[in-house]
Design a binder for this molecule. Structure first.
Ligand code: ZN
Length: 697
């Protein structure tokens, strides 16, 4: 995981959901009526005094300013004076503006990040009790108003007047010919390509909390599920969150040869009832009722395994959940529409996700996903799974996880080794130069990189937080218990270290700080995984990876990509449907989600599983509250394979890591062409899978 708590101020990733219908009723914010006349007037003036060398740039710049100019920013005289004062008439002035913007924005980001880090210290680190005041500090975003301020004092307009706001098409086509500086200029303008009023942000974040709450509270009490014989298959007290815990329990049951399959079928039925909303509302997060998910009968719980007192006067009915799941999703959609009019270069959530976030065209992502899901390799792997489970496939076998081989070291043994070596964060920190050396990083840079990384004991599971200005420390946070680090903590720390090294290289050694980082999260995850899979080697153990266990790993990754690829296609089609049907009710959306899930299943899964009209793919909680984020997981697998295969080909991790990452935050396809000669796509994954199948023969 990479921390985005301190993401630069302009892209507030936590802007979420809204419940209101404001988006439907609010008129689009139009440019002031006089502005067209002012633009024409200034263009004429400038051409007559300076010639037309800069006129194309000037007209584009004025138009970009006009997109965001509001009446409160001033009338025609203010606008005209602003343009004449702030338009760079020559290259030298423009270059000066650019370098000042780049340097100052770096300092702003770094300073805000430094404040956030301090204010979140008590909440993020393992430092004892959290007081109410610590929570307030942790929730306080010192950068929240900077974007507003920079529009109010017109510095944002200076950037918009002088540097081009580009479309994804421009970046993907003309971007191949741009210099590094032109890329940095494009990134500069992009930072101001949205001007969201405070009330919209406010409503968005308030409503965001509501959707997170819905998902976070959606538990099923498993001991209260009854089969047709009235038996309880699951242990007392087991409470599982939909869908993650339900899915993980389903996976764990592959190891249960007695009633594993029966439990899996029951979980599958529960999931279906959540998707189609036939689930009795009363069973959600309630240990006081028993439920047979097959017949849908409910009754007052015959056992109490929760330690909670019975609810007096509770009326036990099988009334279904009234499409709340889809009401919440509609809330997300309406919230996103609310933002549309303030984001002229990406006026839908779909465009913001694909054109701005991923920078891969929606249709290209779709093609990549379909290529995996319809690959002939799927049937070959399905045949292997069928043999291994000894039965025909069931729909939930999309989560088959039996390809992972157990290592030769037991968890307890590894815990002991790690504890001895790393009693505290300082011991781990001291070993970082050795890790980097083992991974093949440039010996001349190892000390510099290592010095930039702080290791701290996290309160939660762990995260990596990079610096936001040059030589601001990157922070590696992981669990360190009283008795030292355990193996799980070490494994996570090694993953986070991969992020920290990427963050350090792409901030400290990059040519333009406006290009720091990677094109999108999938890239830094790929680097983190390269570190993580080498954790045993870094511990000084022989991981003993033979060709067969390597091949099993590859099949596991392919099968996960096939699974999440289908869910991604469902997610994308749902958002398209919502934009096509903006007035839809929750009930209509439910029907649409069922249809879409079935359609995708029938296209890419029914031919493999031999079963039609399954809507299991709709169970993902991310569909409900993650705003079209799911395709990133599938793309992430593909990118990880490209990066891994390239490192294998080059025979070195460290030097390739540095070479690839120094491309920085340019378009993903250009980054990947620099890395391995090809655009982002599934071919490396498919190729590795083919090879793995050969190795297993
Ligand atoms: Zn990560």
């Amino acid at each position: 995981m990479r921390s985005f708590i301190n993401a630069p101020f302009f892209f507030n990733t936590s802007m979420i959901i809204v419940l209101s219908m404001m988006a439907m009723t609010m008129a689009a914010e139009a440019r002031p009526s006089w502005i067209k006349g002012s633009i024409e007037k200034i263009e004429k003036e400038v051409i007559s005094s300076h010639g037309d060398a800069q006129s194309e740039r000037l007209v584009r710049g004025m138009s970009q300013v006009a997109d965001f100019w509001r009446d409160e920013d001033g009338g025609p005289e203010v606008f005209e004076a602003f343009v004449l004062d702030n338009f760079a008439m020559d290259e030298e002035t423009l270059a000066g503006m650019f370098s000042r913007f780049e340097s100052i924005l770096e300092k702003i980001n770094g300073s805000i990040h430094g404040m956030s880090i301090e204010m979140r210290r008590q909440a993020d680190l393992d430092l004892g009790p959290i007081l109410p005041m610590d929570r307030v500090f942790a929730g306080y975003d010192p950068g929240a108003h900077i974007a507003d301020d920079l529009f109010a004092n017109k510095l944002a307009f200076v950037a918009l007047l002088n540097f081009p706001v580009t479309s994804l098409d421009e970046r993907l086509t003309e971007g191949t010919k741009w210099t590094r500086e032109q890329w940095a200029m494009a990134r500069l303008a992009q930072r101001f390509s949205r001007r969201v009023p405070a009330h919209v942000n406010q409503t968005l974040s308030e409503a965001g909390a509501a959707s997170d709450e819905y998902i976070a509270d959606y538990n099923i009490w498993m001991h209260h599920l009854l089969n047709d014989r009235g038996e309880r298959l699951f242990p007392e007290g087991l409470r599982l969150l939909s869908h993650w815990n339900l899915r993980d329990e389903l996976k764990a049951n592959y190891a249960d040869n007695e009633i594993g399959l029966e439990k899996q079928k029951m979980i599958f039925r529960v999931m279906e009832r959540i998707v189609d909303q036939t689930i009795p509302e009363i069973v959600v997060n309630n240990p006081h009722v028993d439920w047979n998910p097959f017949t849908n009968e409910v009754a007052t719980a015959a056992v109490n395994d929760s330690g909670e007192e019975a609810i007096i006067g509770m009326k036990v009915t099988a009334d279904r959940e009234p499409d709340t799941r889809y009401e919440i999703l509609l809330g997300c959609f309406r919230a996103s529409r609310l933002l549309d009019e303030y984001s002229p270069s990406a006026p839908t959530l779909i465009a913001r996700r694909f054109d701005e976030g991923r920078e891969i065209r929606e249709e290209d992502v779709e093609k990549m996903l379909i290529k995996v899901c319809s690959s002939p390799l799927v049937k070959k792997i399905a045949a292997i799974i069928k043999k291994r489970v000894g039965r025909d496939l069931e729909p939930f076998d999309i989560w088959y996880n039996g390809f992972r081989s157990t290592g030769k070291y037991s968890e307890a043994e590894l815990d002991r080794i790690v504890r001895e070596k790393y009693p505290d964060p300082a011991a781990y920190k001291k070993d970082i130069p050795r890790f980097l050396s083992l991974l093949g990083f440039d010996e001349n840079k190892i000390d510099d990189i290592s010095a930039n990384i702080l290791v701290e004991a996290a309160r939660g599971s762990g995260h990596a937080s990079g610096g936001e200005m040059r030589y601001q420390p990157a922070r590696l946070r992981t669990r360190v218990g009283k008795n030292g680090m355990d193996y799980k903590g070490f494994n996570i720390a090694t993953h986070e270290l991969g992020h920290n090294v990427e963050q350090t290289i792409t901030m400290n050694y990059i040519d333009h700080t406006l290009l720091n980082g990677v094109p999108n999260t999938a890239f830094t995850e790929a680097f983190a995984f390269v570190f993580q899979v080498n954790d045993l080697m870094l511990l000084g153990l022989n991981p003993d990876r033979d060709a067969k266990s390597e091949a099993m790993h590859v099949l596991n990754d392919f099968w996960s990509t096939y699974e999440i690829g289908g869910v991604s296609l469902v997610d994308m089609r749902i958002w398209r449907w919502m934009y096509d049907n903006p007035e839809a009710t929750a009930a209509q959306l439910r029907e649409a989600v069922l249809d879409i899930s079935k359609d995708v299943w029938n296209l890419y899964y029914a031919p493999v599983f031999g079963m039609k009209d399954v809507y299991l793919l709709g169970i993902y909680s991310h569909i409900i509250h993650s705003f079209l984020y799911i395709p990133d997981y599938a793309i992430g697998h593909m990118i990880a394979f490209q990066v891994k295969e390239q490192m294998k080909k080059a025979g070195n991790i460290g030097s390739e890591f540095e070479r690839m990452s120094l491309a920085g935050n340019i378009a993903p396809d250009l980054w990947m062409i620099n890395a391995d000669g090809t655009p982002v796509g599934p071919d490396a994954l498919l190729h590795a899978t083919e090879e793995a199948l050969k190795d297993l023969k």
